[in-house]
Design a protein around this ligand. Structure first.
Ligand SMILES: CC(C)(COP(=O)(O)OP(=O)(O)OC[C@H]1O[C@@H](n2cnc3c(N)ncnc32)[C@H](O)[C@@H]1OP(=O)(O)O)[C@@H](O)C(=O)NCCC(=O)NCCS
Length: 178
């Protein structure tokens, strides 16, 4: 559940942004400079969690897929498919939703708001999705890997171990079956 004292808002063109600073210049800039363009171009939808005075958090969602190209070999791809797909039928790609951006305003970090957002998204994409979506993915900043690991996201590949961001995923199916 998202904290009830804040309002969840789907960004629209007229929205006036309240104060936001998550400590990461690129994320701050994306929100203020780019998020409306992404919305207009149908590339990403941004959601805001607002208090009376602050943008407490924001997240931007993209469609995504997991494919063989995410893996270093066919063997790894097949290993992944057999670990997460129980049916006989194997597909060339699996539908996913990417958390393209996520930031919590400095004043509100460490209050489990990031965790509440991930829990909300997991539920949302299981119960209210309009199309099939099996995974949540994220290109996680190195500084936030621990946060996603605590929220049960896994690394998709070892190829990006030395990169600034690492591709992580969460499988929605077990939640759906529970
Ligand atoms: C990373 C971020 C989203 C976490 O949000 P948050 O609301 O502060 O996190 P939570 O309070 O829900 O933390 C949940 C757990 O993750 C841990 N955690 C939080 N941030 C962490 C980090 N950067 N590294 C490692 N662990 C972290 C917390 O200690 C907590 O652990 P616990 O369950 O053992 O107490 C937030 O700090 C942020 O906006 N950072 C800057 C932007 C960023 O890195 N965004 C991610 C882009 S991919």
């Amino acid at each position: 559940m998202l904290p009830g004292e804040f309002k969840l808002i789907r960004l629209n063109d007229e929205h006036y942004f309240k104060h936001f600073d998550c400590g990461d210049g690129d994320l701050n800039e994306f929100l203020i400079e780019d998020s409306k363009n992404f919305l207009r171009s149908l590339l990403a939808v941004t959601y805001l969690l607002e208090s009376d005075t602050h943008t407490v958090a924001f997240f931007s969602l993209f469609n995504d897929k997991i494919t063989a190209e995410d893996f270093s070999s066919n063997r790894k791809w097949n290993q992944f498919r057999s670990s997460v797909i129980s049916s006989e039928k194997r597909f060339k790609s699996y539908p996913a939703m990417k958390i393209g951006r996520l930031g919590i305003c400095e004043e509100y970090k460490g209050l489990k708001i990031g965790t509440a957002i991930l829990d909300f998204l997991k539920g949302w994409f299981v119960d209210y999705n309009r199309t099939g979506c099996k995974f949540i993915t994220v290109d996680a900043y190195r500084e936030s890997l621990g946060f996603y690991e605590r929220n049960e996201f896994k690394f998709l590949t070892e190829n990006d171990k030395e990169e600034d961001t690492r591709l992580m995923y969460f499988d929605l199916l077990p939640l759906h079956l529970n």
